[in-house]
Ligand binder design. Structure first.
Ligand SMILES: Nc1ncnc2c1ncn2[C@@H]1O[C@H](COP(=O)(O)OP(=O)(O)O)[C@@H](O)[C@H]1O
Ligand SMILES: [Mg+2]
Length: 282
């Protein structure tokens, strides 16, 4: 499959000219395929946000290259295209809000691109529908709940009709129900062909990805399917990953002699496997 974003030997250092340069990324290479769902995990300070910002030209590599849609992020003339094709939602979206109503907020990006009225209206309607934001369109973004703010930030990114959405711990401040709703929303978008990069501390979310990239001290510790990642106990421990509860339960049950197919990552899969064991015993 064609790659949407390609990263080759990416290094990023904060304050490079200072007495205390901070090397945040130390030589990262991988490619994100069209429509792929990639989870990025790792300890605080491992470089996840720095990597995310390098993907849509918010940060330009200190060394190495990032190509988004075949355009190098070093090419200043490509920045506007790259940033509209690769949308980004942060953990505190209120810092991103620039208007005083939901409707204006979603329209802001495409309006700045000069999208004509009728098309603008269609985009705003579609984006708000997709995130199922349950608040009047005239409401000031500041007065929304955390879950509504996350949905609004996603709608604003979607109005740009991105090929890829990056969520940088966008669900971290949400209660479990709101988090689940946001993940269902982005899951549906991904099913329609949009690529997704989800930077997250929630391994239940990472388990939904096609691949999981584990960062440790600015380098790739592992890049594989969630099944393969969560099967590696030592890796998970070293990278500070809290393996999903269903996976830990499955491991515990297997250690006590229950014959379960491995690996199990979700609650549903665990329920099915335990039921299958019971049927086998009958
Ligand atoms: N604006 C900044 N200025 C200086 N150092 C930074 C800045 N942002 C992040 N860092 C440092 O870069 C490293 C990686 O940070 P970050 O990418 O935010 O990691 P993560 O998102 O995984 O927590 C950390 O050592 C962090 O302290
Ligand atoms: Mg971060």
């Amino acid at each position: 499959m064609a790659s949407l974003i390609r990263i080759e030997n990416l290094r990023y250092t904060y304050n490079p000219e200072s007495a205390l340069p901070i090397p945040a990324l130390n030589g990262i290479s991988f490619a994100l395929a069209e429509g792929e769902h990639l989870a990025v995990v790792g300890r605080n300070g491992s470089g996840k946000s720095t990597l995310a910002k390098c993907l849509n030209a918010l940060l330009i590599p200190s060394d190495g290259d990032v190509w988004a849609l075949e355009r190098n992020t070093r090419d200043r003339a490509a920045w506007a295209d790259i940033r509209s094709a690769v949308g980004m939602v942060f953990q505190n979206p209120e810092n991103q809000f620039v208007t005083t109503s939901i409707e204006e907020e979603v329209a802001f990006g495409p309006e700045n691109l000069g999208v004509p009225r009728a098309e603008l209206r269609r985009r705003v309607d579609t984006a708000l529908e997709r995130v199922a934001l349950d608040a009047p369109r005239s409401r000031d973004p500041r007065y929304l709940s955390a879950g509504q703010k996350a949905k609004l930030a996603i709608a604003a990114a979607l109005a740009m009709e991105p090929r890829c959405l990056i969520l940088d711990e966008a669900t971290a401040m949400l209660d479990p129900l709101a988090r689940q709703q946001v993940m269902e929303t982005v899951g549906a978008l991904q099913a329609q062909g949009m690529a997704l990069v989800n930077v997250t501390h929630f391994m239940e979310e990472a388990a939904l990805a096609d691949r999981v990239l584990v960062l440790a001290e600015g380098a790739i510790a592992a890049l594989d399917t969630p099944q393969a990642i969560f099967a590696q106990e030592a890796l998970c421990q070293a990278a500070g990953l809290q393996v999903p509860l269903a996976a830990r339960l499955a491991r515990g049950l297997a250690a006590r002699g229950l014959e379960l197919p491995t690996p199990i990552l979700s609650q549903d899969a665990l329920v099915q496997a335990v039921l299958a064991c019971r049927e086998g015993a009958e």
